[in-house]
Design a protein around this ligand. Structure first.
Ligand code: GTR
Length: 692
């Protein structure tokens, strides 16, 4: 253990003794700061302390971007240059403009006063003195008793910050962090100040699976960043552990709060080191030999260990048991659909796509102020209701076809979809959502000619695909009073999308041109995961297609090959319900595996497909899962893929009720895939007499 760590722990211990003695005492804290102290102490800190039974009165002497030099000169001249912002014992707020530093010093019998350097200079030691010394001298001379003196260590900018001052550090986050670390530790040591290691706390959080996502504009803090900073301050001020503090800031997820608390606690315990507290990514395994030994949960054994006998036991009890586990531990509970679905036919046109199709665009009212837009193409000239392929699109209805009449989402709406998602290139979003940009995934002419309708909607209509704390999605409309986040067993994003698929089917039951009893639900990748969950949840779907749905879809989790439960929860914390997070790195503890998700679809026809180069989705894990699920089909007298061997790339296996193929190539949905799906669907859904 290094010296500083020992020192940090001693301070913690002493402070905790003091804290325990006067736990309910009021603590009066004055920061001499700038917008970074606004970020750190003006929200959350009072509330975190209140949850722990303490009262914090907080003052912040604020001037935007103010340096130590300016503070020292302002102090000495008594210039009324500050916006003095105060949070009182009850959490009430007040701002007094044009306040002089000496006035604020006299305003309360401060127990704690903190200093900080402006962020551009925070890692430049030469900028600190003589100003810090003069400021400390001024403050201590003006107060009757010497308060605890703190140095507020600020943080490095976001890796992609567009801030001119970043060039002081070669626009390099690590350089900036290490510079701040050294300069602030030296200053604290020189003057005997307690360090508030917010800079280290931010690096700790940035090293978790939430990554570099603490800033709102590259340098100020966003909601999570502000909570991390306040939690760090709380640890230092109280000497107590913030972990387990129950105050939940609005709009943060429980997972973010947990990582933030860990980040703060680790920074205070070890201010010099970026700590790994077990929320980092593990390496990706693509080695078949390194797949862990695993035993799949038995499909035909009840939770109490007894054997499931026959179809009756499956239908009356075992199926429900498995479904309830997936619902509670993985996807989350969704509410029932609206009693009556109000719809608005926004457009209906015949003879489109060169006379091949009729087109409808229908707005479904989902209640509570939400709607979704269905785009429907049916084969022109069909003489009775046709079967349909129903699938969700990633980038808006207009992205699937170069048809000028299909409504296009405003670019702002698309951006909102990715607004808070780090690392997404906006140009990419624009190009992917351009009209017809996804057309190769939707071979409309081929499908329509084969006699099927195509029905689709945009996933963002239900819930945008980024970790927004469930602020923009449909979940927020269903909160109970005082609820701000889905419960640990309530719907995540995939369940919301699946719910949308069922609402689309509700509509198709009313749509005269489509036969709702013959709807194939399909999806590629994340939409494949949603399609599987929709089919497991809603027995009305007649046929199911999983195109490379991978981890969380068809692939067995226990193989931990390619994408794992840990990685998917880190990259897409919003997809599954909160309960699923606890299985990160612990696949063997899952009370199910994905073959049981597939089994929930039995005896309906199911097609699982993989691509040879798509190792991320674990083709073998998808295949083995389908083989294991065949046992459920066996109850109905179908062989499905029982005993099948993994086919070579380019080959398909088609059995009575199940099919699998391994397309050559990468993660995509291509015409090869569609040709196989159409042939499979023809066996179960086709209705030739409807076509001319
Ligand atoms: C990947 C994700 C996969 C898969 C894919 C997709 O980034 O890790 O689980 O869903 O996206 O949807 O294309």
């Amino acid at each position: 253990m290094n010296f500083r760590r020992l020192f940090g722990m001693t301070v913690l211990l002493l402070a905790s003794l003091a804290g325990a003695a006067g736990q309910n005492d009021t603590l009066r804290i004055l920061a001499i700061g700038n917008s970074f102290s606004v970020d750190a102490i003006e929200q959350n800190l009072h509330e975190i302390a209140a949850d722990a039974g303490a009262v914090y009165i907080i003052g912040n002497l604020y001037i935007g971007g103010c340096s130590l030099e300016k503070h020292a000169l302002n102090a000495e001249s008594g210039a009324p240059a500050y916006s003095y912002r105060k949070i009182d014992a009850e959490g009430g707020r007040e701002v007094r403009e044009k306040t002089a530093l000496p006035q604020a010093l006299a305003d309360e019998p401060w127990d704690v006063v903190s200093f900080q350097q402006s962020s551009p200079l925070s890692g430049i030691p030469a900028s600190y003195e003589p100003w810090l010394e003069r400021l400390i001298r001024y403050v201590t001379a003006r107060l009757d008793r010497t308060p605890r003196l703190l140095f507020h260590q600020t943080w490095a900018y976001a890796r992609d910050a567009l801030n001119l001052n970043f060039s002081n550090y070669g626009c390099d986050q690590k350089v900036m962090y290490l510079s701040i670390l050294r300069a602030s530790a030296d200053a604290a040591k020189r003057h005997g100040l307690e360090l508030v290691p917010c800079g280290t706390a931010m690096q700790n959080y940035r090293a978790t699976w939430y990554r570099d996502n603490v800033n709102r504009d590259g340098y100020h803090l966003n909601l999570v960043g502000r909570y991390i900073a306040a939690a760090t301050w709380y640890c230092v001020l109280s000497g107590r552990d913030v972990r387990g503090n129950a105050y939940m800031p609005l709009h943060l997820t429980p997972g973010q709060v947990k990582a933030a608390q860990e980040s703060a606690a680790a920074a205070v315990a070890d201010p010099d080191t970026v700590t790994d507290f077990g929320m980092r990514s593990n390496s990706i395994n693509y080695d078949e030999a390194a797949v862990p030994a695993y035993k799949l949960p038995e499909l035909m054994r009840y939770a109490d260990g007894s054997k499931v006998k026959g179809r009756d036991g499956w239908e009356s009890r075992r199926r429900a048991e498995i479904y309830a586990l997936f619902e509670r531990e993985m996807f989350g509970r969704a509410p029932a659909g609206p009693d009556t679905l109000k719809t608005k036919m926004k457009e209906s046109a015949g003879e489109v796509l060169g006379g091949l199709a009729n087109r409808k665009q229908v707005r479904l009212d989902l209640g509570l102020g939400r709607w979704m837009d269905l785009l429907i193409y049916t084969p022109a000239g069909a003489t009775c209701p046709v079967p349909a392929f129903l699938g969700i699109n990633f980038f808006g209805n207009s992205s699937i076809v170069a048809d000028e009449a299909v409504w296009r989402l405003e670019p702002e709406t698309m951006q909102r979809r990715y607004g808070a998602y780090p690392g997404i290139d906006r140009n990419k979003v624009e190009s992917r959502s351009a009209r017809g940009a996804q057309a190769s995934r939707w071979p409309l002419e081929r499908i329509l000619e084969a006699g099927y309708a195509v029905v689709t909607f945009y996933n963002g209509d239900l819930d945008p695909d980024f970790d927004d704390g469930f602020r923009n999605g449909i979940q927020s409309r269903h909160y109970k009073k005082g609820q701000h986040y889905p419960e640990p067993d309530e719907w995540g994003t995939l369940a919301a999308w699946a719910w949308g698929l069922s609402r689309a089917l509700d509509y198709l039951e009313e749509e005269p041109s489509v036969d709702a009893s013959r709807v194939a639900v399909f999806g590629h990748s994340r939409m494949g995961k949603a399609a599987l969950w929709a089919a497991a949840s809603d027995p009305r779907f007649a046929l199911v297609i999983s195109n490379e749905s991978g981890c969380g879809g068809a692939a067995l989790s226990r193989r931990a090959y390619g994408e794992t439960v840990e990685i998917i929860n880190r990259s897409f914390p919003h997809w599954f319900c909160e309960n699923f997070k606890k299985y990160a790195g612990k696949e063997q503890l899952l009370p199910f595996d994905q073959h049981e998700l597939l089994a929930l679809i039995a005896p309906r026809p199911l097609y699982v497909a993989s691509a040879s180069l798509d190792r991320w989705s674990d083709p073998k894990g998808e295949f083995l899962s389908a083989v294991a699920a065949s046992q459920a089909y066996g109850l109905y007298g179908y062989k499905a893929l029982k005993g099948a061997k993994m086919p070579a790339p380019g080959q398909s296996l088609v059995s009575d009720r199940m099919a699998y193929h391994l397309r050559e190539g990468k993660h995509e949905i291509t015409l090869f895939d569609w040709e196989h799906y159409l042939a499979f669907a023809d066996r179960f859904l086709k209705n030739k007499k409807c076509l001319k």
